[in-house]
Write a protein that binds this ligand. Sequence first.
Ligand code: GLN
Length: 451
Amino acid sequence: AHLARIDAIDEKVHAFLHVDREGALAQARAVDEKRARGEKLGPLAGVPLALKDIFTTEGVPTTVGSKILEGWIPPYDATLTKRLKDADVVILGKTNMDEFAMGSSTENSAYGPTGNPWDLTKIPGGSGGGSSAALASFEAPLAIGTDTGGSIRQPAAVTGTVGVKPTYGAVSRYGMVAFSSSLDQGGPCARTVLDAALLHEVIAGHDPLDSTSIDAPVPPVVEAARNGDVKGMRVGVVKQFRGEGYQAGVLQRFDESVELLKELGAEVVEVDCPSFDLALAAYYLIAPSECSSNLARFDGLRYGRRAGDDGTRSAEDVTALTREAGFGPEVKRRVMLGTYALSSGYYDAYYGSAQKVRTLITRDFEKAFEQVDVMVSPTTPTTAFAIGERADDPMAMYLADLCTIPTNLAGNAAMSLPCGLAPEDGLPVGLQIIAPAMKDDRLYKVGAAVE
Ligand code: GLN
């Protein structure tokens, strides 16, 4: 049924870069056979899922939304892919994304934009716009995203779906193409809080193949999602996340959510996080710096596409020509920015300062979480903007992640879930819930209560 739905509408939505029809049907048949044999089935047996094209899939193309990996067929599965298969999930295919997960609209994909199913002229968020659009258009009931600065939560917000960035280190990065390794985190996307929790439990957990993977039990997220409750909880409203640049309808729906939390028995206070105002600036030094190092491996010699190799050119020239042809403008911009910020003479002024700001942000969180159990804010300052509207204005694009980035810098957990439609444009608004590291279950407890 989901493949038929994809056939019917994906030409318009363009959520998928690759539909793995054969693979999906084979996985589904394998589940049926297991069932017929009376074997124990995985926890998500037979449930279809849309996988962001940043995770390697053995024998199935993985492009990261980039021309530089066009035609590359990975010889191995990411740990996350393997876990999905072990849970008997049916992987429908690979979803569209901003190239190397750099963007907030999916317009930076080398393979063309994805439409927001609520209004195809609007962006579905980014970088994981393909995954969120697949959910919102009922092409898949579950999806996977990655969140370096908001790429799970912002797409969830603008498509009226649920997205969770787990605590940093909760979900293995092995086989997840690296953008900014100290920020990157895979996570679950779904249409309900409980669905997200069921997927969360399948993909989280220690992996010896990822040196930053947390070696501790996964928080009880499914139990929390089944027992939504905020009675007696202390909820902090982030003072910094409103004011200029926030759409009236977004703030209206957010304020209603805060009222609902009070009605349900939560104690609401304001929390002050002054360093959050610097988060965007710090992020746009740290993320490009790490990306300039991570993307050095795309040299035209090891993976995917190679340009200009006519037998007369040096390896260096082939690498330069491959990158020129293979990387899009946003990727080039970030590699240049990051290389500059890391160069001797500028390192302390830029990268060093950004790391200090990162520490201040972490302290703001620590202080706030001494007073409250969770924090809340709008997920994004505005609802979905029009395709093309911010494409030529990187600074305007970066603002889409204003409220989501602090969590990535500090490494704690956050969720976005729908909280109604903005009256002025009828588009979905996202409520962000933020929890301390390794307290991911609180997101689900609160999320399920207000859903
Ligand atoms: N929009 C942010 C960026 O462009 C975040 C991307 C992400 O989370 N992958 O870097």
